[in-house]
Design a binder for this molecule. Structure first.
Ligand SMILES: Cc1ncc(COP(=O)(O)O)c(C=O)c1O
Length: 370
């Protein structure tokens, strides 16, 4: 396979441009160096060892994961200083304890006093401490204690005062940047979120507590503000691949997107003015629905085409306007889809084909499950 063109692959297939991956990763490393803060990259987008090595510049330290399957996968490959940034699940405390007792630094996250009680009930062996991040909601609207609620400070104090537990840091996901369009809007949200977090850290300090602070999301870390230098860490993940969604938000340009789904024309339907392709919703995610003039994805080099709809294994493509010129798309024609959401799309593929300038270099195999 090595050295062959992408056309040697059976479709559908997820292909990764390793030069773009390296460039995206390096730019994030440099941004963080300039700010003087620690980059703790999230692994959820790709879930592979190879890409993790690129994102951590080979250190195999200081990563975030979204599942315990990822945590174990990375631990098994010599990674350490792993933050499982998901509200401690009640059914998985024992697995978290095993990782905490096995690694130098396994860290968990919580946003509710009941989760703290659960950790208290399972003291770690060998005098080890539970390393706990508290999740603060600064407008993201998902997990986290609302930063304006007195319960937030109360929970942080309770974590810090609990025997066998250490308050490692305060974690803010800046997911509300996903509603932005362009750098100015992104930076306004990032500035506000950073201010909220810094205010909270001040309150903690006044209560005699000091710990780390971290904010993240790909849009915010692609366009950081100077005040982020006052924080300890950032935790973006998607930036290593980027996608059409990120280019629409303004985190990157379409040229920065490192992944494509290869597909082939498998049918002509002149009675509907459509083509059929061998990529359905099992190979590219549906979450571009209604968001793009080109349908569920961007078809590279064919701005006049739209991925109109998909069934499990097939997609329907039609021209944005006018009649389709079938002579341009004989059966077997290779098309490259730029995914709307690379995390969701990559998750559908058991293996990623890696290339440089269109020549295959090898495969990356991600971990799966929870
Ligand atoms: C808890 C948490 N941290 C970090 C990230 C990474 O953010 P992004 O995907 O914008 O890079 C996510 C993404 O969903 C997340 O849920």
């Amino acid at each position: 396979m090595e050295g062959e063109p992408l056309s040697a692959l059976c479709s559908p297939a997820l292909v990764v441009d390793v030069d773009k991956v390296k460039k995206n990763a390096q730019r994030m490393i440099e941004r963080c160096q300039k700010l003087g803060i620690q980059l703790r990259p999230h692994m959820k987008t790709h879930k592979t060892i190879e890409c993790a090595d690129i994102m951590t510049a080979g250190s195999r330290r200081c990563i975030v994961v979204s599942t315990l399957a990822e945590a174990c996968f990375y631990a098994d490959h010599g990674f350490d200083d792993i933050l499982y940034a998901y509200s401690v699940p009640f059914d998985k405390v024992e697995r978290c304890a095993a990782l905490s007792e096995r690694l130098d630094l396994f860290q968990v996250l919580l946003d509710h006093p009941d989760a703290l009680t659960l950790l208290k009930q399972r003291p770690l062996k060998g005098g080890r401490l539970w390393h706990v991040w508290m999740k603060l909601d600064c407008g993201n609207g998902r997990a986290g204690v609302l930063h304006t609620e007195p319960e937030a400070l109360g929970l942080a104090q309770a974590i810090a005062e609990t025997e066998g537990v250490e308050l490692t840091g305060v974690y803010v996901q800046c997911g509300n940047t996903y509603h932005c369009r362009g750098m100015e809007q992104i930076q306004a949200v990032v500035q506000e979120t950073t201010n909220y977090l810094l205010q909270f850290m001040k309150q903690l300090n006044a209560a005699g507590i000091s710990c780390k602070s971290s904010i993240g999301s790909t849009p915010s870390c692609s366009h950081p503000v100077d005040d982020m230098a006052k924080l300890s860490e950032v935790h973006p993940g998607n930036y290593v691949f980027y996608d059409v969604q990120q280019s629409g938000i303004g985190s990157c340009s379409l040229e920065d997107v490192a992944v494509r789904v290869l597909t082939r024309v498998i049918g002509h339907c002149p009675h509907r003015n459509q083509l059929l392709i061998d990529c359905g919703w099992s190979a590219i995610s549906l979450d571009g629905a209604g968001k793009l003039p080109t349908g569920y994805a961007v078809i590279e080099g064919h701005p006049d085409l739209k991925l109109l709809s998909m069934t499990q294994e097939q997609g329907r493509v039609e021209p944005i306007s006018g009649p389709l010129d079938y002579s341009k798309y004989p059966l077997g024609t290779l098309l490259k889809l730029i995914p709307y959401h690379s995390c969701a799309t990559a998750l559908m593929h058991p293996v990623y084909y890696v290339h440089s300038e269109g020549r295959l270099l090898g495969k990356w195999t991600p971990t799966r499950g929870w």
